[in-house]
Design a protein around this ligand. Structure first.
Ligand SMILES: Nc1nc2c(ncn2[C@@H]2O[C@H](COP(=O)(O)OP(=O)(O)OP(=O)(O)O)[C@@H](O)[C@H]2O)c(=O)[nH]1
Length: 200
């Protein structure tokens, strides 16, 4: 049987935006009100996405980690969930610098990621408009979801993680094609070289 693809996903965002709550919601479909502030935790999870089994390693990072720790986690990951809290403008302002660091650490640029505005159940305390999230996601060329880890009736949390896996899969297909194309070109070049040698 073919081995299921493995994807390393890291979740970033300011302390308290709900990273752990989102990861736990995704893994268990439950919401737990209080967590110890995360040092960092990694989880393994399997899911069937569009008829393909995918194995995910999910890293729930600590909101308070320093730049060196962030960079090391960014190097580890294949795809990223950047989370802000719709009731915390400051957490939204931290998204662009986080994305900037990601682009610096990961080369080539255009890193696979999804943007999540969490705590959508707290609309009365909203500080960041939905259109602002949409605009930022468009600038970063990534998918955008407003979610609530606490009240996830629409299954948006899983959708955000699944979309990131789909994006990683799409890129793998494109990279595979590019690799095949480049090896075909190499073979053609070698044959041409041989023929030139024979005829000279
Ligand atoms: N109302 C509401 N509260 C939420 C939601 N998600 C998380 N919370 C609350 O927000 C607080 C912080 O949640 P955490 O999941 O610990 O946040 P975190 O981003 O992992 O925080 P650090 O581990 O410190 O980086 C907790 O009190 C959660 O109960 C949500 O969707 N709605």
């Amino acid at each position: 049987m073919a081995k299921s693809p493995e994807m390393k996903l890291a979740v970033f965002g300011r302390a308290g935006v709900g990273k752990s709550a989102l990861v736990v919601r995704f893994l268990t479909r439950r919401f737990i009100w209080e967590y110890d502030p995360t040092l960092e935790s990694t989880y393994r999870h399997q899911a069937t996405i569009d008829d393909e089994v995918v194995t995910m390693e999910i890293l729930d990072t600590a909101g308070q980690e320093d730049t060196q720790q962030k960079e090391s986690h960014m190097r580890w990951g294949d795809g990223f969930v950047i989370v802000y809290d719709i009731t915390d403008r400051g957490s939204f302002d931290e998204v662009a610098p986080l994305r900037g660091l990601l682009e610096e650490v990961k080369k080539p640029k255009n890193v696979p990621l999804v943007l999540v505005g969490n705590k959508a159940d707290l609309d009365h305390a909203r500080q960041v408009g939905t259109e602002e999230g949409e605009r930022l996601a468009a600038e970063m060329a990534c998918a955008f979801y407003e979610c609530s880890a606490c009240a996830d009736e629409g299954g948006m949390v899983a959708e955000a993680f699944h979309e990131l896996c789909r994006e990683l899969r799409r890129r793998k297909v494109v990279q595979g094609k590019a690799r095949r194309r480049s090896s075909t070109t190499h073979v053609k070049q070698a044959i041409n070289k041989m023929l030139t040698k024979i005829s000279s």
